[in-house]
Design a protein around this ligand. Structure first.
Ligand code: GDP
Length: 526
């Protein structure tokens, strides 16, 4: 198969949801459809249960699970689909952001009882930043949920994206009868089953067909006729190009646990979802069809085996063909790297692969050379953009509790930060080290892992900080001046970039007013 054929076969997407909306269940059903797994129950949730969040074993277990389930490949109707799971828990939001840089589109799961939840909103913001095409799956229709019109309005308003239903539910909860496929004009009747993978479809081209009344009764038939008329009147025709630009989200209704409504979505997904596209670097745009390989690292899992300091770096292939054992240019580093241990992720199995194509995600066994955001190429010095650090929300100073273990602590902190567990800022004055996170849980993970993996003991002392702002000025002198005058509040991030540590919103505003030549950014890429 040619490179172009390989590219056109691939659809790489992320699955996002507020915890409990049904992401794991939907993932599993998609794998069942793809024939990648044979039985339900094979996919493990990577969810961190808040009730057990202080249980360290649980966190360790979760780490293991999230490696196994974070990338899953499967074949469906001749397509190679790569599904990337994202942690729903808000404390791992950065991990999710980074994962979303490696996908070409997203499927978002929404619970029809709860509607749009807070985490969904945050995830959507990230999709919008990157104009990622989104398909919405409204789940749990077998339960008494909210009115579908109301749900669609909520998605539009809270997620700030136009929607276009492509299927429509016939009633809900106990009286749920099925969905009408507005795209193919087919009726799919619901029969609760957690196992079967084929649905009963009836083609009803014309809704005035009296067979409809036989299937779902006159009341519901009339209701459906009215609904479809209303929808076709209110919503403009679905345009794939608008979806691809991230302007319109097609919406499907179904019940993941009952395997219902998923095939409609998958069939549409493989038709409309984007194949790997051109990506931006600091030098130029890179087309996936270029013969020379390029790719970037978006995720690292370290110390899976405490006896060996090995780590798995997740590489997204962006162009050309990636080959095992071939030396590649490590753009940030000084020496070429070659990888003999390369795994692909098919369903829940890992297997050694010799080659990979644009859109694919492979795991590289690495001994500590790679960092999140690193680019690998066949020679050219490029750097893929789009993996920024975001200002953390919570800041704590690192206090070493065991002076004998200073080296271990430094090494541990450095490695955990390279893995992207949290962000480290080092103050210019006194070299005080501050860890910034999105949630409390991250501190617990760091503390635990430093002890367990590096034998270092730390305390975290809360700091009263509002945001870390990456600072910039066209005028180098002005920037130096600013850094000098605000020295006590200046730190460097992991890459040595200058950061202003703002104590409050009001104070930041004042500083911004006083220094109009300096720009302040809440992300490291601006
Ligand atoms: P995740 O946190 O988004 O991965 O959610 P899960 O897939 O673990 O699902 C959360 C809960 O919702 C589980 O108890 C599922 O069995 C249940 N669930 C998932 N899909 C459906 C559905 O279609 N209907 C109903 N009633 N429950 C569902």
């Amino acid at each position: 198969m040619s490179l172009i054929q390989e590219i056109h076969k691939r659809k790489t997407f992320g699955i996002i949801a507020h915890p409990d909306a049904g992401k794991t269940t939907l993932t599993e059903k998609m794998l069942l459809f793809g024939g990648a797994i044979k039985t339900a129950g094979a996919v493990k949730s990577n969810k961190i249960d808040t009730a057990t969040k202080s249980d360290w074993m649980e966190i360790e277990k979760q780490r293991g699970i999230s490696v196994a389930t974070s990338v899953m490949g499967f074949e469906y109707k001749g397509m190679k689909i790569n599904l990337l799971d994202t942690p729903g828990h808000q404390d791992f939001a950065e991990d999710t952001y980074r994962t979303l840089t490696a996908v070409d589109s997203v499927i978002m799961v929404i619970d029809c009882v709860k509607g749009v939840e807070i985490q969904t909103e945050k995830l959507m913001e990230v999709c919008r930043m990157r104009n990622t095409p989104v398909i919405c799956f409204i789940n749990k229709l077998d339960r008494e949920g909210r009115d579908p019109y109301e749900l669609l309005d909520e998605v539009e308003n809270k997620l700030n994206i136009s929607v276009r239903p492509l299927s429509w539910p016939i009633s809900m909860g106990k009286s749920f009868k099925g969905v009408y496929n507005l795209y193919d004009k087919q009726l799919n009747l619901f029969s609760p089953s957690q196992r079967k993978v084929s649905d009963d479809r009836i083609t009803i081209e014309d809704l005035s067909d009296p067979r409809l009344d036989n299937y779902i009764g006159t009341t519901l038939s009339n209701q459906l006729r009215d609904d479809v008329e209303l929808i076709e009147g209110v919503y403009p025709e679905f345009e794939v190009s608008e979806y691809l630009q991230g302007k319109v989200a097609p919406v499907f209704f179904g019940s993941a646990v009952n395997n219902f409504g998923i095939q409609e979505m998958l069939d549409t997904f493989i038709k409309i979802a984007p194949t790997p596209k051109t990506r931006s670097t600091d030098q130029r745009e890179v087309n996936p069809e270029e013969s020379q390989f390029s790719g970037f690292i978006f995720k690292i899992h370290a110390n899976m085996d405490p006896k060996h300091r090995n780590r798995i770096a997740f590489l997204r292939v962006c162009s050309g063909k990636f080959e095992r054992n071939k030396p590649y240019n490590h753009v940030r580093g000084t020496k070429a790297l070659r990888f003999s241990n390369v795994t692909s992720f098919m369903a829940q199995d890992k297997e050694i692969v010799d080659e990979a194509f644009p859109g694919d995600i492979v795991g590289l066994y690495d001994t500590g050379n790679l960092k999140i955001g690193d680019t690998l190429t066949e020679g050219e010095n490029l750097h893929f953009k789009g993996i920024p650090s975001f200002s953390p929300e919570i800041f704590r100073e690192v206090v070493n509790k065991d002076a004998m273990k200073t080296k271990q602590l430094e090494k541990g902190l450095q490695q955990l930060m390279e893995e992207g567990v949290a962000q480290l800022f080092t103050f210019e004055i006194g070299s005080r080290k501050v860890v910034g996170t999105v949630g409390q849980l991250q501190f617990e993970v760091i503390q635990f892992r430093l002890k367990n993996e590096y034998n270092a003991t730390v305390d975290f002392v809360p700091m009263n900080l509002y945001k870390a702002c990456w600072i910039y000025s066209k005028d180098r002198k002005k920037l130096d001046e600013f850094i000098r005058s605000k020295q006590r509040h200046i730190a460097k991030d992991k890459d040595g970039k200058w950061v202003f540590m703002a104590e409050s919103k009001a104070w930041l505003q004042m500083v911004q007013d006083n220094f109009p030549d300096i720009s302040f950014h809440f992300t490291s890429e601006y």
